[in-house]
Every structure is written in C-alpha cells, then in structure tokens.
Design a protein around this ligand. Structure first.
Ligand code: NAP
Length: 492
C-alpha cells in the first residue's frame, strides 16, 4: 500500500501553507487531497455574485508571497483564486495535488507508526504525518425550516452558486443576513424584479474603505516590496488594535467597542432613509459577538422600491412562497440560501479521526471540551496537525493563523528531527495548561462580558463556549508558535 511522508487534507490556503512548510522542512513525498475539482478552498467553492474578501488584500495573503498587483484594496473572489493558483505554481505544489478525493476517515496505527487514511470509494493510503486543513466554513448549512424541501422553484445556496441561474425579473427571497448575504444582496436587488430579505439577526456593518489600486502603486509595490510590507504592517496593526482592545479586552475597554458600534450606527443612519427599516437593521447585541462586516452598498439596497426587509420569523416554506409566523405569504420563484455553514456539528473534525488508544477526536471533543494545544495538536493523536481546531483562528486575517501554524510546524518538526525521532505527541500537561489559559483569557472578552446572547454567533459551541477564536493577539500567537516549550511534546 502506498505510504507517503505526509498527507494534507484540503487544498485551500491552509493546506497549501502546510504543504509549503513541509517542503521547507525537507519532505517531498507529500499528497494533498481535496474533495473539489481544483485548489483554492473557500475561494474555489464560493463564487456568488459580489464575492470579495473583507480583510485588505495586502494583509489577506501570505507575508512570504506578496502580490503587488491586487486590483482593489479588497480583492474580488476570482482574484484570490488566481492568487492561490500562483502560490501553487511558485512553490511547486501542483505535482502533490489530487482532486475529487474525499477523505472519510483516518486511523492511527500505533505499531506501524503511521496514519491509515480512507478515501471515499474504498482506497486507503498510509502517511507518517496527517495534516487536516478542512476549513471552518466548509460545510454549507441548509436551514431547518419546515417545507424547505417542498419549494418547487429554483433554490441556490451561496456556497454552491449556480452560474446558470438568471435572476432577471424574478421574485427572489434570500434567507440570511451574514457577511455573505451582505455582499450578495446588493447584486440580487439589481437583477431581481422583487427581493425579500428574511433577516433573523441583523449584522453590524461598518464602512468599507475600498477602491481600485492605481497601476502606479502596484508598480511601486513591485519595485520596492518594503513599501507594501509597510502598508501591511499598518493595516495589521489597526486590525490587531480592534481585536485586542474592542473584543478581547472588552471588560476594560467597553468604550472602544462602543466606538465601533457608533461608527456602524452612523453608517446605517446615513445610508437608510426609513426609520423603521433602520431600527430593524440595528443589532441588539455587542459589536464583535459575531463576525461584523464592511460594506458600502448593503444598507442603501434597502432604500430600493423592489427590496423588502422581512423580520417576522418564517413559519414554513411552501412550493411557491414563504409563509411567516403571522400567516402572510410572499410569492417567490427563486430562493437564495445565504444560511452559512455548520461548524459545530459537521466540522470539528470534518472527517473521522481515530488516534491512539482508540480515541475518537470528534467524540472526545464533545464528551470533554473542545481543545487543541496552540490550536494545532491533540493528546493521543501522534503525528496529527489539526489546523482547524478550537482556539486556532486569531480572528480577522486567516493568514496570520496559517503562518503561525507554519511556524509551529517548523519548530516541532525541526526538534523531532534533531532528536532523531519520527513521531511526536503533545503532552496532556501542555494541552491542559493551554486550555486553562485560553479559558481564563476569554473571561475578559466581549464573548463573556458583552451582550452576546441575542447574537446567535457561530463563535460559540453548543455548550456556550466561545471555543473557535484564540483569545490572544496575533503577535502573541506568532511569538508562541516560534517559541513554545519543546517539552510540550514527547518524541519517539
Ligand atoms: P453566517 O454568518 O453564519 O450567516 C448565516 C445567516 O443565515 C445568518 O444571518 C443566520 O441568521 C441565517 N440563518 C441560518 N439559518 C437560518 C434559519 N434556519 N432561519 C433563518 N435564518 C437563518 O454565514 P455567512 O454569511 O455565509 O458568513 C460566514 C462567514 O464567512 C462570515 O462570518 C465570514 O467570516 C466569512 N465570510 C467572509 C467574507 C469575506 O471575507 N469576504 C464574505 C462572506 C463570508 P442568525 O444570525 O439568526 O443565525
């Protein structure tokens, strides 16, 4: 049976970053599999109208692979996909990629000291190291609304956009008002005859300082990369400040958080004429409890005569329309589900992972608590790098998380090799101490001190723990990744 040095699950930016780091460490017998038919992860799968990144591209990219030619401050989706392709070519990753390959599960073989990884269809391969980079927002969520399967018109989920769907002149309904819907709704409104937006929880929206990047600036970035690095540093510092002060230190810095709320409320007041609509679009939870977003064309969409904001809960969906709890029916022929992703049931982990002593990662996380040392490794799971673990994501630019994880891999694998070892496993003591520290740090955050109950935020798991984000600065995350105590692991 084929045995690789390393198997990476997922060819998005996380998986590509892991593969780059493995190659830097000297591993070349690497297989990167993805269930899709091409690389890019989120930026391959998502292609709904209006798709763009909402972290400035200068920051939402690998620091070691800058792109001086971003067309806009916030790159459009297709541009990010091209960037992923460029990275794959630059770092010679293509020969390691295998598409249309779904992983069902993986089991650690403690005698052979490798992972047995099962693909759908029956094939099994072995790998000494298993790296899962399956994303957080990768399992689309279909709403559990009665009758949703009875709808007879066109149904499209934002994460499975049908390029052939023509919205011109249609009576469209969109369910959901998350970051995806904020990008999608202005586009739908322009095409549809009539658009009804079903909102359960309003989202905080601040202005988006977007614009085309002139050719002269692109050339400057290309000629003098230090200029782009400087812009990245400034942008990163601002984002870090928002996160650390307004979100993580909410207990001591409520005023800073209030400032962000006031910015968003002013934006809403300037952009929406009707006071009743404004009131309906105003969130009733603290800024930062769930992912806020940035947009200049979301709010004005609600001034259009063909757009209706519906806040009465949906009772059920019929073949030809949506019926709200007050008995009103809206006729619909196209239903757009911008209902996000299932994090806590379908993910964590996205595949079955069985470690040493038969420990089932998903079951163990649910029976105990969601946990992973530095958001990367888990006791009883030797040679597993679980990149989409609890407390791994720093918030804001995902590339900070990816690069911290690459640093962690580098330190860990370098030490393992230095000792002449081939397996590693995080100790219970290191893992317990990390979990205790994250739990403690969360006590000051907006998640536990702010008013988050009405937010319905996917940052929280079923136990009410905000176990998704690492509640430290990104600087701290990067520093620890490069300096964690080497005896956090056992090596053999
Ligand atoms: P989301 O934030 O989870 O939003 C899903 C929306 O669907 C929410 O408004 C939710 O309402 C609603 N919904 C779900 N089930 C429902 C039901 N049964 N009945 C009524 N409403 C229902 O998902 P998303 O908008 O796809 O965004 C996910 C994340 O992707 C974002 O937070 C962001 O991190 C990322 N994202 C980034 C970008 C970017 O960078 N450009 C763009 C889009 C998305 P409730 O809030 O009431 O649950």
């Amino acid at each position: 049976m084929r045995r690789y040095d390393a198997l990476v699950v997922g060819a998005g930016f996380g998986g590509l970053g892991a593969a780059i780091e493995l190659k830097r460490l000297g591993y070349d017998d690497i297989l990167v599999v993805d269930r899709e038919d091409d690389l890019g992860g989120t930026w391959h799968v998502n292609r709904y109208p209006g798709l763009a990144v909402d972290i400035a591209s200068v920051t939402y990219s690998y620091s070691f692979a800058p792109n001086p030619y971003w067309s806009h401050v916030f790159a459009r989706g297709a541009e990010l996909k091209r960037y992923a392709e460029h990275v794959a070519d630059t770092f010679d990753l293509r020969r390691h990629l295998r598409f249309r390959t779904s992983v069902e599960g993986a089991e650690w073989d403690d005698t052979a000291k490798h992972w047995a990884v099962r693909f759908t269809g029956g094939e099994t391969v072995h790998a000494r190291y298993l790296l899962t980079a399956t994303g957080f927002l990768s399992q689309p969520k279909k709403p559990d609304i009665p009758g949703v399967d009875d709808f007879a018109g066109t149904v499209v989920h934002s994460a499975a956009w049908d390029d052939g769907v023509d919205l011109t002149g249609r009576r469209v309904a969109v369910i959901g008002t998350g970051a995806t819907a904020v990008q999608l709704i202005p586009k739908l409104a322009r095409a549809a005859a009539d658009l009804t937006v079903y909102q359960r929880t309003p989202i905080w929206v601040t202005p988006k300082l977007d614009g085309r990047i002139p050719g002269s600036v692109q050339r400057l970035f290309a000629r003098f990369p230090a200029t782009q690095r400087a812009v990245r540093a400034v942008n990163s510092a601002v984002l870090e400040l928002i996160m650390v002060v307004g979100v993580l230190n909410y207990r001591r810095a409520r005023l800073a958080n209030k400032g962000a709320e006031l910015l968003a409320l002013g934006h809403l007041r300037r952009q929406v004429r009707d006071p009743k609509t404004r009131a309906a679009l105003t969130p009733n939870y603290s800024f930062g409890c769930k992912r806020p977003t940035f947009s200049n064309d979301y709010y004005p969409t609600f001034n259009r005569p063909n757009v209706h904001l519906e806040t009465t809960p949906i009772d059920h969906i019929a073949a030809d329309g949506i019926i709200t709890a007050d008995g009103r029916k809206t006729d619909v022929d196209t239903l757009v589900l911008a209902t996000g992703f299932d994090l806590w049931d379908a993910n964590f982990p996205a595949i079955e992972v069985i470690g040493r002593e038969g420990r089932d990662l998903g079951a163990w996380w649910r029976e105990t608590r969601f946990q992973a040392y530095c958001g990367v490794t888990v006791p009883r799971f030797p040679n597993l790098i679980s990149l989409n673990s609890p407390y791994s994501y720093n918030g804001l630019s995902y590339f900070w998380t990816i690069e911290a994880q690459m640093k962690h891999m580098n330190r860990l694998f370098t030490e393992m090799k230095r000792r002449g070892a081939t397996t590693f496993e995080v100790t219970d003591a290191a893992n317990d101490a990390f979990l205790a520290r994250m739990t403690d740090k969360l006590q000051d955050s907006v998640f536990y001190v702010g008013n988050c109950a009405p937010a319905r935020s996917y940052y929280f798991n079923h136990h009410g723990e905000a176990a998704l984000l690492r509640p430290t600065s990104t600087r701290n995350g990067l520093h620890e990744a490069a300096n964690f105590p080497l005896d956090s692991y056992t090596y053999a």
